[in-house]
Design a binder for this molecule. Structure first.
Ligand code: NAP
Length: 289
């Protein structure tokens, strides 16, 4: 079997066209969607991520503000800036690019973002709402993966999904969204014994560890959907991912590639979240007036 490739670029393009239309409608109604992205320090990888987010936002008509600060920015100054954005009516979404320098408490920063403007869905209120089945905002990467499954019309209900990686950013919310979509979910972490035993049971296998080629063809159930979230660039600039593409392609039914898979979908869902936040802000204004 040779897996069908899930083309994240193509899917993202179609979704961005829809989002651009919604952005135009909001502008016509006087509510231009606004996104603020904050970067502290000059990590080249983070710089690339925020530039891509800014470019994508502008391309679909979002008012995008990129705030870059020196590595030695104090935590107090960052929190003050976030509080100002929280009450800025032109800004519907705030994203603080992680990781932050070690002298800044990441948890405190995330909890300072107004939950309704927390585009990453990292705030405990949003994480709790997601867990209790009432999501206000959905975390960008897992939301993008769900859209990929939807694009191939995969019957998630009753399937067995295995999520490799259990971070608050990807693995846990991913598992929660799959569970709420009706899958039976297994979550694996770095202590999991015999990872292959679990992955071979998966109808849907999602790997988000950042461990190079941790998933190989022999660990995949024939015909499974395999979504490769993990990505890293080595010192020579070569891109690596969690899934060993060539061997897995021969076993899986569907496979998302790196690049061109989850990455463009993550950025797209950030745009979707920003538009949804602006739509809610407009609705709230109407109710109040
Ligand atoms: P993270 O916070 O480092 O978490 C990694 C997770 O993988 C942890 O839960 C860890 O287990 C688990 N893990 C590590 N080694 C493992 C092993 N041998 N077997 C099973 N589980 C193992 O990373 P993250 O933020 O979730 O990101 C994961 C990867 O996804 C990274 O490569 C990141 O760059 C990528 N990513 C890509 C996108 C995109 O848009 N394409 C978006 C977000 C993240 P423990 O909990 O036991 O430590």
């Amino acid at each position: 079997m040779t897996a069908e490739i899930i083309n994240g670029n193509k899917l993202a393009q179609a979704l961005r066209a829809e989002v651009a239309e919604r952005a135009a409608q909001l502008c016509e109604q006087g509510e231009k969607p606004g996104l603020a992205v904050i970067l502290v320090g000059d990590s080249p990888a983070s710089m690339v991520y925020v530039m891509n987010k800014e470019k994508a936002s502008k391309a679909i008509g979002i008012h995008s503000v990129l705030e870059k600060y020196e590595e030695d920015l104090t935590e107090a100054a960052l929190l003050e800036r976030i509080r100002a954005l929280n009450v800025d009516p032109r800004i519907h979404g705030i994203l603080v690019q992680l990781p932050l320098p070690p002298h800044i408490n990441t948890h405190r920063v995330i909890e300072t973002i107004a939950p309704e403007k927390d585009m990453d869905c990292f705030h405990v209120v949003n994480a709790g709402m997601l867990m209790t089945g009432m999501p206000r905002i959905r975390p960008c990467t897992p939301y993008g993966v769900m859209k990929m499954l939807e694009s191939i019309q995969y019957p998630v209900v009753g399937s067995h999904a295995v999520v490799v990686g259990a971070s608050n950013i990807v693995g846990k919310p991913m598992a929660m969204m799959l569970l709420q979509a009706g899958a039976t979910v297994t979550i694996c972490n770095s202590k999991t014994r015999d990872l292959g035993h679990h992955t071979r049971l998966a109808d849907i296998l999602i790997s988000a560890t950042g461990q190079r080629h941790i998933i190989k063809g022999g660990m995949v159930k024939p015909g499974a959907v395999v979504i490769d979230v993990g990505v890293e660039r080595d010192k020579d600039g070569k891109l690596w991912s969690d899934v060993e593409f060539d061997s897995v392609r021969e076993v899986a039914g569907y496979l998302s590639p790196v690049p061109g898979g989850v990455g463009p979908m993550t950025i797209t869902m950030l745009l979707v979240n920003t538009i949804e936040a602006a739509e809610k802000a407009l609705q709230a204004k109407r109710v109040a007036s």
